[in-house]
Structures are given as structure tokens and as C-alpha cells.
Design a binder for this molecule. Structure first.
Ligand SMILES: C[S@@+](CC[C@H](N)C(=O)[O-])C[C@H]1O[C@@H](n2cnc3c(N)ncnc32)[C@H](O)[C@@H]1O
Length: 242
């Protein structure tokens, strides 16, 4: 079914669906305060575009393996865009801040991928640098709400009325396999994509940070800097190189 609704359409739809494009991105204050920023898993580039629009004058660099998303990001030429995976980045001591917004951390689904990505980020940072990233807290079991009952109705960039729904195929050891179906409002699917996301708890995140040369500098339970509690849906971490 994929292809009826193109990769370019899907990338544009991500921006329509993303509430942070219209509202505040929790990473934005960190980005605006840093003179050089590496945004890992940049997607369509909204965060760095906005930072430039709001007057950021330093180095802004976005990395993502998705060529189509980067195509949208590249509409702005005063930001560096690199195609590639976090694990393979070759930056060394160049950035004051690395960000992984929008649950990018959940894309690293194996122990090896998580370790390799954080090691590459650590290597890219200056000794006085910071990493900020968020990930869904497994205790909130977000996947239980990824059902057709919780579908989102949206009007896309072409003015087409669509319904976006998710179905979980499996949950194994914190790794969730799901499908996303984009359908016309009459229910006819125009595209189906499959994805895999890993949910990692706070103790495991801390072990991983320690193993890759970081220590936790600050911890929040949402993008608004609220405390992390048993009821939090997110784990937002600011980490510093050791
Ligand atoms: C949910 S999107 C988030 C995009 C963006 N950071 C945001 O806040 O909207 C996840 C992004 O992670 C990217 N991604 C997947 N695997 C990756 C990897 N190994 N290294 C870097 N980025 C990756 C995807 O291509 C996608 O653009």
C-alpha cells in the first residue's frame, strides 16, 4: 500500500501532526542557549529551522538517515544537514549541545545501537557540553493507547482529510512493533508503515549514560521541566560528559 501516499507526503504529514511545530519544543531553550548544536535524528528540521528564525547565530547541524525528511529540512540552507545514522557520526569535540528530540532515542532498539549512538554523541561533544533527550517512560505503557480507538483525524498539507491509526503487533522486552495506517476518512488505507520502538526505563538509561561517559545533570518528567514521578509519561534527561 505504501507509495499511494508518498514518502514526501508522509514527511509533510509528520509536521502537520506534530504539536511542537505550532507550540514550544522542550529542546528549544537548550538549543537557543548553546553556541553550537548537533540535533541527532533531526527529521524534517523543524527545531533547527525555528532556532534560526528566532535568532540563533551559531552552528546548527542536523543528522538523520531519512533522505526524504532531510529533503524537507534542506529548504533552509543556513543549517548543516548530514545524512547518516547517529551510530556512524564522526564528529569530535565540536558541539556545546547535542539534542535527540521527539523520542529519537526509542529508535535505537538494541543494546548495541543505544551504546553506539550515545558513544558517538559523547565523542561529538565538547568537554563542557550537554546532551538533552526525551523518551517515553515505559511505566506509562503508551503502547496500550496505540489502538484504532485512539485514531487521529487530520487535514494534510494538500487539504485531504485523513485518519491516522496505530496497531501494536507485539511487545517483547520493552520493544514494541507497530503499524501506522493512513486512511481516507471513509477508511480506505492509502499507506501502511511498520515501526519498532524500544522503551527504556530510567535505571537502564542511567546505566547506559554511565557506560558511555556521561552523568545525569538534570532530570524531568515532561517537556515543561516538571519532576519525574511514577505518573510521568516521559523521561527527559540532561546529561554532561564525565
Ligand atoms: C519520531 S522522528 C523525530 C524527529 C525529530 N527529532 C522531531 O523531534 O520531530 C524519529 C527520527 O529518528 C530518525 N532515526 C531513526 N534511526 C536513526 C538513527 N539510527 N540515527 C539517527 N536518527 C535516526 C528517523 O529517521 C526520524 O527522523
Amino acid at each position: 500500500m505504501a507509495g499511494v501516499y508518498s514518502d514526501e507526503d508522509l514527511a509533510a504529514l509528520c509536521d502537520v501532526l506534530d504539536p511542537r511545530v505550532a507550540g514550544d519544543d522542550p529542546c528549544l531553550p537548550h538549543v537557543m542557549a548553546a553556541d553550537s548544536v548537533l540535533d541527532v535524528g533531526r527529521g524534517t528540521g523543524a527545531l533547527l529551522h525555528r532556532a534560526r528564525r528566532e535568532g540563533h547565530t551559531g552552528r546548527l547541524c542536523g543528522v538523520d538517515p531519512d533522505v526524504t525528511a532531510l529533503g524537507r529540512a534542506r529548504t533552509r540552507r543556513d543549517v548543516e544537514w548530514c545524512q547518516g545514522r547517529a551510530e556512524d557520526m564522526g564528529f569530535r569535540g565540536e558541539f556545546a549541545l547535542a539534542s535527540m528530540a521527539g523520542n529519537v532515542f526509542q529508535q535505537f532498539v538494541t543494546d548495541a545501537a543505544q551504546h553506539a549512538a550515545l558513544t558517538a554523541v559523547r565523542t561529538a561533544l565538547r568537554e563542557d557540553g550537554r546532551l538533552v533527550f526525551g523518551t517515553r517512560d515505559p511505566r506509562a505503557r503508551a503502547w496500550e493507547r496505540w489502538t484504532p480507538d485512539h485514531a487521529t483525524e487530520v487535514v494534510d498539507h494538500h487539504g485531504r482529510a485523513l485518519r491516522v491509526e496505530h496497531r501494536v503487533e507485539s511487545v517483547e522486552g520493552g520493544v514494541v512493533t507497530l503499524t501506522e495506517t493512513i486512511a481516507d476518512r471513509d477508511g480506505a488505507p492509502v499507506r501502511v508503515d511498520r515501526g519498532v520502538l524500544r522503551f527504556t526505563g530510567v535505571e537502564e538509561i542511567d546505566r547506559l549514560l554511565t557506560a558511555t561517559g556521561f552523568r545525569v545533570h538534570a532530570r524531568f518528567g515532561d517537556g515543561g521541566r516538571g519532576p519525574l514521578t511514577d505518573a510521568s509519561r516521559e523521561i527527559v534527561t540532561v546529561a554532561r560528559p564525565v
